[in-house]
Design a protein around this ligand. Sequence first.
Ligand SMILES: [Zn+2]
Ligand SMILES: [Zn+2]
Ligand SMILES: [Zn+2]
Ligand SMILES: [Zn+2]
Length: 555
Amino acid sequence: MELFNKAKLIEESDKGRYVEATDILKPGDSLFSENSFASIPLENFLYKKDYCFNCCKYQISTEQQTSEQPKSTPGFPFQCKYGCNMWFCSNECADGMVHQLECSFISKFVELSLKHDCDASISLLALRVVMKNKVASEVFEQTVGKLTNQKSIFIQNNKSFLDKYSKLFDQVYLIVKSENSELSSIFNKEEYLEVVCSIFVNSFAGLSNNFNRTPISNGYFYKAALLNHSCEPNTFFSIQNSTLEMRVVKDINKGEQIFDSYVDLLLPTIERQKILLKSKNFVCDCSRCTDITENSRFVSSIHCIFCKDETNYISPKVKYDDKTKILKQVWSCSKLTCQFNKKNNNKNNQEFLNILSDVAKFYDFINNDLLFKEEKKEEGEEQIQPMVEPILNRLVEYETNILSKLHENHHCWLLYHLRLSKLFERFSAVFNSFDYLSQSIQHYKEIARIVECVIKSPSSEIIDSYYHLARVNEKYLLSLINQRNNHIKQLEKQKQRDTTIDIDSLNKDIKNLLKFINTTYKKAYEMALICYGNFKPKTLLLNALVEKSNFSSSN
Ligand SMILES: [Zn+2]
Ligand SMILES: [Zn+2]
Ligand SMILES: [Zn+2]
Ligand SMILES: [Zn+2]
């Protein structure tokens, strides 16, 4: 059985397991496509219609309907009749052997997961894997079964995590045994915990198709788990329902190793390493992680406080202490002879320490301030009005006192633009304000710039940022067209030329903007062709948007 197109799995005692290209690979090539051994919607989608409990297929839209979204068949989705109350897309999904086996245990696992602070999605996926192993043990042994050797390493870094699932299992087992002692024989604690660890390390998250990358499902895949991680990956994966496709995004030579990424590549090295260590049990040593500027990305870099030269930055090298198991950052200026690099200078420099503590304060503000919480939307929007001025003043303060000291690609800047783009877009809707809309556009523009600088190769992050940039500009375009039409009406009424209104220049603005929108959608579409291929929902939607904006720009 060939696992990959133009690549092979190699297992060596010294280098471990890795996947290598056996031929030249080009961006857009499909490395493989595989169905998960088992998939499940994430915790917040359980008991909801949105995604099928078995195959994770998207079923209805809670947002506005568009022609690209799949129509649901009458009578579907429906809720399980046998007591678990989960939602299914089809009879095949609801009546399969695996669900027959798991159905009566589901509510117990969900209830006790909550009680023991376990993730219900993981505990249910592990249950499903164990059950599927009963009916398809051969498939299990030939695929994901080969991945279950994580527990011993896992215990070192995540003992408390495993303890919770261990207690959860004990309780479920007790209840099942008291209700039906025969059924309890199909449960084996060792097996269950092995699977939990393996899922935690090897499962892949499926994302929504709405250009916001909302995680929606968890899938347990085999081939995808065979690829090693790099923060400079040469592949990109996407999951549709319960099928994962891995596609090439960079030129790969014959004999070169193939990598994918297990983490959010927009995060700075220290954050990526923390996540990899906690969830995957390793410290990454790729070229991005070992370079203090992250290969010229500068996502953690600070303007040097000693160098007068604007181009010198203080950046961190992330180091892992094997004994204490702690990750730390050691800072230095890119100019070797800089004062800052003199022995111990950086550790004691008060100005520098203040910047670091300001950055920490900023993270706290941007991640936790109620201003940026989505729930805020549901409250009366009119309450925002008196808040706007103080909010804006506060933001300006952050910009001048903290952000101005950081590199323009710094992760803080990205978070700032992400929050403010949405905030100003909301303001523009509430106050019907042209000015807020154009401010929002500036932030979307910066997001696209930073995301492209940081990710570098085709990815959903870049596609999504182009999509949103084009989308808000479309809103702006509508306002411009309205403005023009109003002016024309005015002129007709007055029957005379008002020299302060320049229709020609408005028309020119409209034309240029249309062109920009079309080009931006096109960039997103071309990247979607590489990342997802031709017939995926996002590619189809972007294609339609390119067509639409192209039609109007020729008019
Ligand atoms: Zn289904
Ligand atoms: Zn059921
Ligand atoms: Zn790395
Ligand atoms: Zn310096």
